[in-house]
Write a protein that binds this ligand. Sequence first.
Ligand code: AMP
Length: 389
Amino acid sequence: MLNIALFGPPGAGKGTQSEFLIKKYKLFYISTGNLLRKELKEETKLGLEAKSIIEAGGLVSDEIIVQIIEKTIKNNPEANGFLFDGFPRTYVQAYILEGLMIKLDTSLNSLISIEVPEEESVKRLLDRGKTSGRSDDNELVIRNRLKEYSDKTLPVLKYYKDKGIYTKIDGLKPISEVTIGLEEIIEEELSKNLLNIVMFGYPGSGRSSQAMKLAQKYNLEYVSTGKMLEEEIEKETKIGKRINALYDEGKLVPDEIVVELIENKIANTKHSNGFIFKGFPRTFVQSYIFDGIMKKHRLNITKIFEIKVPTLELLKRLDQRRVTDGTKPYDSTTEKIIQRLQQHEKVAVPVIKRYKKSHSVVKIDGTDTFDKVFEKICTDIETGVKNLR
Ligand code: AMP
């Protein structure tokens, strides 16, 4: 889901830009102003309650806003995402929006503020008043609306700045340039959210080679904690030396190190269509950490795969790899391999069980040839991706 809020004073061009955005990104449009005008026209109870406030250019109560938005969202459960215009307009409404998003198991991706100076707003609204037929497009009410904006609405920006999802656009630029600016912000947001895969499977199941090929095919950032740790060892960093010692004892690396490496990776990744995680989350605790990291970066898990291979086959494969150049320090003896498989069994099963409760985990038979396994995974991804936006 893609959820965007357009922010800015009356007359900034939010309505005009919305028309383009809802078409291009197939979003469901929620303009609280339009919804209120509809209630007014139909003379509903809500409409009558809000009438005098709207006509004076004030802000209607948060209770009324919750009701009209709830009603609209409930009637459109199939929406690809929402574009909010004129909401949130108060600090309280920012929390209301948060609650609505949680209810829909989604979040607001971006709040984009179209900024224009006050006198420009007045000029544009007076102009619009000549044809809009809106009783609130006259100078006295316009001034009041702008005062409400600077007193009650502008402070809302702090909430989104703190959350790290605020961006601004210069609304004095020509309409087409503002549109391009909006598109750029949204495209970047989409690329973050498109496809995030978690690859589960025992050592030797083929999860790494599959994940790397998938990363290449779908332009995903391959996040393998094992590989990142190896790089630290190779570079002989402080972390690397600590890890080496742990590997020798067949132990897992402490979570702080893994979290730091993953956080850096996500923060430094640009222009990919998403992430593919391999070897993480590996423990029950890491699954909570992982959820936290994803939430923090506003990323959703799109797909979870579990590549299944019988234990004897795994042993055979790992033992064969032991005598090749590709051998890993932790797979250097049969004893170490068995130890690693046992360790994996102990920690991985509860993790997969946990994800099965909240996601659909797709089981893939990993005993097929590499290409067949790859094809099965791709087919599954592509069926899912069609429903992504
Ligand atoms: P707009 O079309 O967004 O300029 O809204 C027109 C009028 O509707 C505003 O001046 C307010 O009186 C009322 N209104 C629209 N959205 C909200 C909101 N989120 N909270 C409170 N009042 C609103």
